[in-house]
Write a protein that binds this ligand. Structure first.
Ligand code: 3HC
Length: 315
């Protein structure tokens, strides 16, 4: 079949909302975009465990500790689903992880900020997982089958993550003045970096137009950011917190909140590797790989021994 016919079949599948599966023909650039996005999504899940892992031993109660451990374990699972989805495109996990450790591959900017108080666990669950849900629910309808299916499972767990975070913020906001101040401080520090999670403005996004055409993305960065602001501001106001944005105001005519300018210099600086915690995060991931080498070697040796046994039996 000619390349033109293959391209036509691919496009007619997209038009008919038929999922593209691993064995289907796909344009090289479609495959490359998916490997880029899914691998960076997976890296974000794995690196995202670090800021929260930092507070597991300091959770203020057994209930909070159980919820945080469960959440961090979920994120590890999300990363593994996504690395598996990426591998169906022919990209080995080891290469993607090397690209992360070398700085070649990105992960979400949000995880380069420090978690300074317990309230940050609330702000991360409420805002970061809230933003992730906003972005990931449409990805359940992304055109690539394995990615869409991974997202269905991820989204079910994300809603627990967001609720437990919001509950932490709610408890603190109705607690002592010091607790309320801690929640407000966390909102002040995490609000703007959460808006940056959705990516640069559509006018500056180099991938959005093509990703929308391929139905990898179902909404643009700005559309998802706006939906997140509209959903989150009433939640913050309900628990008596104020947002660190003097321009944040409901626009009756538009039916959306207007909000202030995002500091894109900060965003690009962080994704270039100059955020507060970039070096620490990659150092931790490199150490995890080195410290885990013996586990991988033992598993490989065991698998080889088992393989040899079954070949001897067969002979
Ligand atoms: N952090 C780091 N890099 C970012 C970024 C962010 N918040 N937003 C955009 N970028 C990068 C892009 O990767 C791209 O760089 P590249 O070409 O080197 O990959 C560049 O900035 C231009 O951005 P675009 O908007 O043109 O790129 P995309 O079309 O890929 O859109 C995205 C960016 C919206 C993040 C998209 O990749 C996406 O939807 N990814 C899947 C979801 C995801 O990765 N979420 C990350 C958070 S996961 C999480 O929070 C886990 C939760 O459990 C806590």
């Amino acid at each position: 079949m000619s390349e033109e016919q293959l391209q036509r079949d691919f496009q007619s599948k997209l038009d008919a909302e038929i999922r593209i599966e691993p064995k289907d023909w796909m344009p090289d650039d479609y495959r490359k975009t998916l490997i880029r996005q899914i691998s960076q999504h997976a890296h974000s899940e794995i690196v995202g465990m670090l800021p929260e892992g930092n507070w597991i031993t300091r959770a203020p109660s057994l209930r909070r500790k159980v919820a945080l451990i469960a959440k961090v374990q979920d994120e590890a699972g999300h990363g593994l689903y996504l690395y598996s989805a990426m591998e169906t495109l022919g990209e080995p996990r080891s290469k993607a992880i090397d690209d992360l450790h070398s700085g070649k591959a990105k992960y979400s900017s949000i995880f380069n900020y420090p978690t300074l108080t317990w309230a940050d666990m609330g702000a991360i669950g409420w805002l970061v997982d809230g933003a992730a849900i906003q972005n990931q629910v449409p990805l359940c309808r992304t055109s690539y089958g394995p990615y869409a299916r991974a997202m269905v499972r991820v989204c079910k767990e994300e809603s627990f993550h967001q609720r437990q975070g919001y509950e932490i913020m709610m408890e603190l906001a109705k607690g002592t003045p010091a607790q309320k101040a801690m929640a407000q401080d966390a909102l002040n520090r995490w609000w703007w970096p959460s808006l940056m999670m959705f990516g640069p403005p559509d006018k500056d996004s180099k991938h959005t137009a093509q990703s929308m055409a391929w139905k990898i993305k179902r909404h643009t960065n700005d559309e998802l950011r706006q939906a997140f602001v509209d959903k989150t501001v009433p939640q913050g106001e309900f628990i008596g917190l104020t947002f660190p944005d003097k321009d944040l105001k409901w626009n009756e005519e538009k039916g959306h909140y207007d909000f202030g300018d995002i500091n894109w210099d900060e965003f690009y600086n962080v994704i270039k590797g100059n955020g507060p915690c970039n070096k620490e995060r990659i150092k931790a991931r490199r150490a995890a790989k080195e410290n885990g080498a013996w586990v991988r070697d033992a598993a490989a040796a065991y698998a080889k021994k088992k393989q040899n046994k079954s070949t001897e039996k067969a002979a």
